[in-house]
Design a binder for this molecule. Structure first.
Ligand code: ARG
Ligand code: ZN
Length: 874
């Protein structure tokens, strides 16, 4: 493949149906670390809609041994072979194509296709990994049934798994054995999976509502067999929830999950055989935090929900990725909200959206949730496709209500079961099931950027009328990428409530959702005895940046009175943001830092308010992250932001030292670890309180953190204390890090935490530590979790990654270049940390740009990194 060939973008508008369909496929694997022989027999039939006797099969990194059509071996001049596939000419109406290829799982470090991880075989095919296993129509609109024969060594591969049902097994000569799997459901190649190795199984069962008994199997390396129960229970809960809420039942007799250590992403929903990053399976209280437990439950649910939204109904082409991902993220968010607290879950999700997706959507990678073009599809598994995509689905839900949304889902499955469809098909099902016009909703799929919603108010005392004027607009985006120009107003459901300014009571008749369908509109509320206080965009009912001039009193009022918990929290965040940005800007002008009294009082009220649950209180007491604050500055100044935020934290801790101390003592008296929601919430609050106390330069405060670290009977408390100590320059820090390493050195997932707390430290010498850690014996570039826990975490450390001398930038660029050829997907993820460079001062901009150029000029740069870097430099 020449360089220019590989960097041609794929365009959404270029979609053509295939020239042939595949009626079924038989695969045979003769497993071997360096020379696995893959035999594929594909029965094809010409697509009458696309009359052509030419068939292009995708294939990459394959050593072709032979090709035969209907049993007759082809000579080299009867097909065309390229680096990215082969073309077969003059094919009959229907025939069987047999190919034999060799692949090398041991040396496959890209973790795409068939590879080895901890000595076991595993596959990852989404989006385009199947073509690294065999020549195929590797595109999601080609769905077919699979029969898979696996032959492997009995000692090293006692367990051999694939999709569907195990239909035969037998022993072979020379210590090998064979297993045959058959999946009755037609599926696209990206859902194929194979796993083989030395694994142990944690079993459970689930009986579906129509009485089908499903065997649940969680396969892990033998040493992890005691860490699977939480994943199993999460799976059972997910299966039940999807029946209860969406009427969706599981459709095979077996559901398998395999945990692997080396994985580029979170998990993969292969039909009947999910493959998971072990991080999202394994948990014991001593090794996993409450957050890990929650994430495991959410990711298990997410992959399970894909069985309907993704597998039974899949995507026609990869531009439609949000069809399955946005929808499935929405479903897993609703599931978690039902298991825990809807308000807290919503706040967590919106914080994540603002910290990640908003940044992406304002930089060089800004793209519509349905992108228009890509060079590497792997670069488009983004916060935009997933999280913003989920927000778009949530808006249908807000507009239609739960029942209307369910009607739309029912119609979607009725129309499209067992097929590969588009976002337009989903939108049509929602519209038709509810007799509603969703034509304008199309704009949410074709436009990039975060809309701004500007709201102004007016009060007419004579008419007793209050009015809100809402105007939407798009900010300009760099780069001239598709979807960033000529944007039109989008339909915005804005949930509004009015509060009596005296009593703080809700004025019930005026609460609800207004639809802003045009650029600007005024909504009038009449019959009011006095000017109310409006709560706007409740529950974050649309993915926009809200711009509403509020004075501090009003924000404090909403913090105290809004009965929409999201907005109650958000009012506090808005107030804190205003003050912190002002303080940071003031620093540059030589103004002294000062804690706002208004904020101090509001903070004190939250601290003493016992009407909140502890998790909500923990959120309400937490200041906005530095990366979220940075977005509100004209030019991000990481140092003054950090200084201002640290100053606030310390002043708040000083002002409320006694309240915080007694709250900590009360929460710390909870006794032995318990795993119920109340205990989880209390730990969350306890650790937020501890974080405030930790910034006081008082020996008692430092020993409190250190004591919590050494006495903790669970990872949540231990990790929280360790990450606070990691920020300090005290002997207790090194002692704790050493003790932690020593205790957990054989557990890679826990050692990842050890790397991450150091990479996230706010200490000025963090970058030196990160450099040292890259040569620590446990650091490995082959393990994505490890790379993310050190390098990835470091890039999230705004104040240290953006160190003025550019040392952080150099470190990242060096790393990207070190790993890009072995693992392009991972390298491309990391390099995206440079995408916000235009938001910084001249000097930082130039330094980041120089690193980007250095990467761009690297000879033979992989196309994944190339795509990110060239968009950034554009
Ligand atoms: N479908 C998987 C999930 O969302 C993720 C696959 C990601 N693939 C990739 N190439 N990044 O659960
Ligand atoms: Zn997914």
């Amino acid at each position: 493949m020449t360089a220019t060939q590989s960097i041609q973008p794929v365009l959404r508008s270029d979609y053509r149906p295939p020239t042939y369909w595949i009626e079924n496929v038989e695969l045979e694997f003769d497993l071997d670390p360096r020379e696995t022989l893959v035999t594929a027999r594909i029965a094809v039939r010409r697509n009458s809609q696309q009359p052509s006797d030419t068939l292009d099969l995708a294939g990459e990194n394959l050593k072709l041994q032979s090709v035969a059509i209907d049993g007759k071996r082809l000579d080299g001049d009867q097909y065309q072979l390229r680096d990215d596939g082969m073309t077969l000419l003059n094919l009959p109406e229907s025939c069987q194509i047999e190919t034999k290829v060799l692949v090398s799982p041991l040396t496959n470090k890209s973790l795409s296709g068939l590879y080895q991880t901890s000595g076991n075989y595993c596959t990852q095919c989404e989006a385009v990994g199947f073509r690294r296993i065999t020549y195929f129509l590797d595109r999601p609109d080609v769905m077919t049934t699979y029969r898979v024969t696996i032959r492997g060594d009995k000692k090293t591969c006692p367990v051999m798994l694939s999709n569907g049902n195990r239909i035969a097994a037998k022993d072979l000569d020379d210590g090998r054995h064979e297993v045959v799997w058959e999946d009755p459901f037609p599926k696209p190649s990206y859902l194929f999976a194979l796993v083989a190795g030395n694994l142990k199984c944690h079993r459970g069962t689930f009986t579906t509502r129509s009485g089908r008994d499903v065997a649940l199997e969680i396969w892990v390396e033998p040493q992890n067999i005691d860490k699977c129960e939480h994943a199993l229970v999460s799976l059972q809960k997910s299966m039940k929830w999807d029946e209860d809420v969406f009427g969706l039942e599981y459709d095979l007799d077996i559901y398998m999950i395999v945990a692997v250590n080396d994985f580029n992403m979170g998990a993969m929903e292969n039909k009947g055989l999910n493959v998971f990053n072990s991080k999202y399976v394994l948990a014991l209280p001593d090794t996993a935090t409450d957050e890990d437990y929650m994430l495991i439950e959410a990711v298990i649910a997410h992959e399970y929900f894909h069985n309907w939204t993704g597998n039974r109904v899949t995507c026609r082409d990869w531009f439609q990725l949000t069809l399955k991902e946005g929808l499935t993220v929405f479903r897993d968010q609703q599931f978690t909200a039902d298991q825990t607290s809807a308000a807290v879950k919503r706040i967590d999700d919106v914080s994540g959206l603002r910290a990640g997706q908003f940044v992406e959507d304002s930089g060089p990678m800004a793209h519509p949730i349905r992108p228009e073009s890509y060079i590497s599809m792997d670069n488009f598994y983004t916060a935009t496709v997933y999280r913003k995509g989920a927000e778009i689905i949530r808006m249908y839900h807000t507009i239609l209500g739960a029942e209307g949304f369910r009607r739309g889902m029912d119609l979607y499955f009725q129309r499209h079961d067992n097929s590969a469809v588009t976002c337009d098909d989903f939108r049509a099902a929602m519209a038709d099931a509810n007799n509603i016009n969703f034509d304008r909703f199309d704009r949410w799929y074709s436009q990039a950027g975060t809309p701004e919603l500007t709201v102004t108010e007016s009060w007419d005392a004579a008419k007793s009328e209050y009015a809100l004027t809402m105007t939407q607009s798009y900010p300009t985006l760099p780069g001239g990428n598709p979807g960033t120009e000529d944007r039109n107003p989008v339909p915005l459901p804005v949930r509004v409530g009015l509060l009596d300014a005296e009593s703080g009571e809700e004025i019930e008749q005026h609460s609800g959702v207004v639809m802003l369908d045009t650029e600007t509109e005024t909504f009038t509320f009449s019959g009011l005895s006095a000017k109310p206080i409006a709560s706007v965009l409740r529950g974050f009912s649309a993915p926009v940046r809200l711009r509403m001039q509020r004075d501090n009193e009003e924000l404090a009022f909403l913090m105290a009175n809004d009965n929409d918990p999201f907005n109650r929290w958000d009012a506090g965040q808005t107030l804190a943001t205003k003050l912190l940005i002002d303080a940071a800007n003031g620093l540059a002008d030589g103004r002294a830092l000062e804690l706002s009294e208004q904020f101090r009082d509001a903070f004190g009220r939250v601290l003493s308010d016992n009407s909140f649950d502890e998790a909500f209180k923990a959120l309400a007491l937490t200041l906005p992250r530095e990366s979220v604050l940075g977005q509100e500055m004209d030019v991000i100044d990481p140092d003054s932001l950090h200084t201002a935020r640290q100053f606030y934290r310390r002043r708040l801790a000083e002002c409320f030292q006694s309240e915080l101390t007694s709250l900590y003592n009360e929460l710390a008296a909870d006794g032995a670890y318990k795993n119920d929601q109340k205990s989880i919430n209390r730990r969350r609050l306890k650790n937020v309180v501890l974080a405030y106390l930790s910034v006081l330069d008082v020996p008692a405060c430092i020993s409190r953190v250190s004591n919590q670290f050494h006495q903790a009977d669970n990872m949540t408390d231990k990790q929280a204390a360790l990450s606070l100590l990691a920020n300090l320059d005290v002997p207790e820090r090194d002692a704790a890090l050493a003790a932690f390493y020593d205790q957990y050195k054989t557990d890679p997932l826990v050692i990842d935490k050890w790397y991450a707390v150091q990479a996230l430290s706010s200490r000025p010498d963090t970058i030196e530590h990160v450099k040292q850690l890259t040569s620590h014996p446990d650091f490995s570039v082959d393990n994505p979790n490890r790379v993310r826990s050190l390098i990835g975490a470091f890039t999230q450390n705004q104040v240290r990654f953006h160190q003025a001398d550019g040392a952080g930038y150099k470190l990242l660029a060096d790393y990207v270049l070190e790993i890009e050829s072995a693992n392009p997907q991972l390298a491309a993820r990391l390099v995206a940390a440079f995408n916000s460079y235009r938001r910084f001062d001249e000097s930082r901009q130039t330094q980041m740009q120089d690193e980007l150029k250095r990467i761009a000029e690297h000879p033979g740069l992989c196309k994944d990194v190339h795509e990110i870097v060239q968009r950034a430099l554009h």
